[in-house]
Design a protein around this ligand. Structure first.
Ligand code: GLN
Length: 447
């Protein structure tokens, strides 16, 4: 049934890169037996799920939406995928994204342009645009994305679905093809907070294969679903509502604030320092890490190799020049530059110091507040083609999401007052490290 649904709906939306019908059927049969024997009893048993194409899936092509990995078939599952399979979920396919998760519209994919199901002339957001679009169009009820600087939250906002970026270290990065390793986290996308919490509970685990994996006391996110927000202190960074934000987005945030107040939370505005420095710091750190992470794609070990070359060096050069797209090349160059001798101190080291200061600004805010409420993106989804013309403008649109990754914090993005005749608008709740349950409770209240 799901496969049928995908065949019908994805022709227009183009959210999937790969749908492996045989593999899905094979998994479904095994799971069916497990359910019959009473071995699989959890809420995800038999649930079809879509996985972003930068997360390794054993036996299913994983391309990162890049020509350089066009034929790469992993020999193992990412830990998050392994956890899902053990819970009985069925991997139906791999979703489109910005190449190597670099972008905010899913247009830098080497394979397809995914469309926003609410209006096919608009982008779904990015980089997890494929996952959000296939969930929003009802092809599957849930999926996984990855968030380095907003890539789960921003497309969730554009597509009117719910997405969670967990505290750094909560979901193993083993098998997530790295972009900015110190920022990357896998997280769930679904049509409501309860489904997201259930998936998050399943994919989170301590993993010795990820050196940044954190052992948490317990991985319980669903018990927050019946909590309310009475007495919660919620702060709204006033800088977020001052400039560069569309009126309708601002209204959505204020509406969410009013709902929280009505439910008994205390909401006020406060000043969050350093907002202006988040974008430069993020792009320096993310590109620096990307330039190092992407060095492994050289045409030797896996993926694309140029057809004609003389000698090893030319093979590297041609494979990489032909295999990577423009945005990825731009970032590798930027990253190599900020790490090069003479510039390391001036850019990279300075960006790390800013990162530290941003974390301290959040620490200070969380002394006063349980949660921070804010917009996800300054506008609703732009028209296809608009953002590619001006990469700098695209970078600036990440303003509300990236500082969360720099500080390692969890955040949830969810639609505020969906209106069939308008493009969806998301708002986000940001919590202190390990306090996902507070934002899950608040998110549930807003639904
Ligand atoms: N838009 C941001 C970037 O291009 C975030 C991407 C992400 O979170 N993967 O870096």
């Amino acid at each position: 049934q799901t496969i049928q649904q995908i065949k019908e709906k994805d022709e227009k939306v183009k959210g999937f890169i790969t749908v492996d019908e045989d593999e899905a059927r094979k998994q479904a049969q095994i799971i069916q037996k497990g359910i019959e024997k009473g071995e699989l009893t959890g809420p995800l048993a038999g649930v079809p799920i879509a996985i972003k194409d930068n997360i390794d899936t054993k036996g299913i092509k994983t391309t990162c939406a890049s020509k350089i990995l066009y034929n790469f078939v992993p020999t193992f599952d990412a830990t998050a995928v392994k956890n899902l399979k053990e819970a009985g979920a069925i991997i139906v396919g791999k979703t489109n994204m910005d190449e190597f998760a670099m972008g905010s519209t899913s247009e830098t994919s080497a394979f397809a342009t995914t469309r926003n199901p609410w209006d096919l002339t608009k982008v779904p957001g990015g980089s997890s645009g494929g996952t959000c679009a296939v969930v929003a169009s009802g092809q599957v009820s849930c999926g996984l994305g990855s968030d380095t600087g907003g890539s789960i939250r921003q497309p969730s906002s554009y597509c009117g679905v719910t997405g969670i970026k967990p505290t750094y270290g909560t979901v193993s990065r083993y098998g997530l093809i790295a972009y900015g390793s110190s920022l990357d986290q896998i997280g769930p996308v679904a049509r409501n907070v309860a489904d997201c919490a259930t998936i998050l509970e399943t994919i989170s685990s301590y993993d010795r294969f990820d050196s940044t994996s954190m052992k948490r006391d317990k991985y319980d996110f669903t018990s927050a679903l019946d909590k309310d927000v009475k007495g919660m202190r919620i702060g709204i960074p006033k800088e977020y509502l001052e400039k560069g934000i569309d009126d309708e987005v601002k209204e959505a945030v204020l509406k969410a604030a009013q709902i929280m107040k009505d439910k008994g939370a205390k909401v006020e505005e406060f000043s969050l320092d350093l907002v202006d420095y988040a974008i430069p710091a993020y792009y320096i750190i993310a590109c620096a890490e990307a330039s190092s992470n992407l060095a492994r794609f050289d045409g030797v070990k896996y993926g694309y190799r140029s057809k004609e070359y003389e000698g090893l060096h030319e093979m590297y050069k041609k494979s990489r020049s032909e295999g990577f797209g423009d945005e990825v090349k731009r970032r590798i160059m930027l990253g190599s530059f900020v790490l090069s001798s003479g510039y390391y101190d001036a850019y990279y080291l300075k960006a790390l110091k800013v990162k530290r200061l941003i974390k301290e600004a959040y620490d200070k805010a969380f002394e006063k507040y349980d949660l921070i409420l804010g917009p996800v993106a300054p506008t609703t989804a732009p028209t296809i083609g608009e953002s590619l013309k001006d990469p700098l403008k695209m970078y600036l649109s990440d303003i509300y999401t990236i500082s969360v990754n720099l500080a390692g914090l969890p955040a949830i993005s969810l639609p505020c007052a969906l209106d069939k005749n308008k493009m969806p608008i998301g708002v986000q709740f940001i919590a202190n490290c390990f306090e996902e349950n507070k934002m899950i409770a608040a998110g549930q209240t807003l639904e």
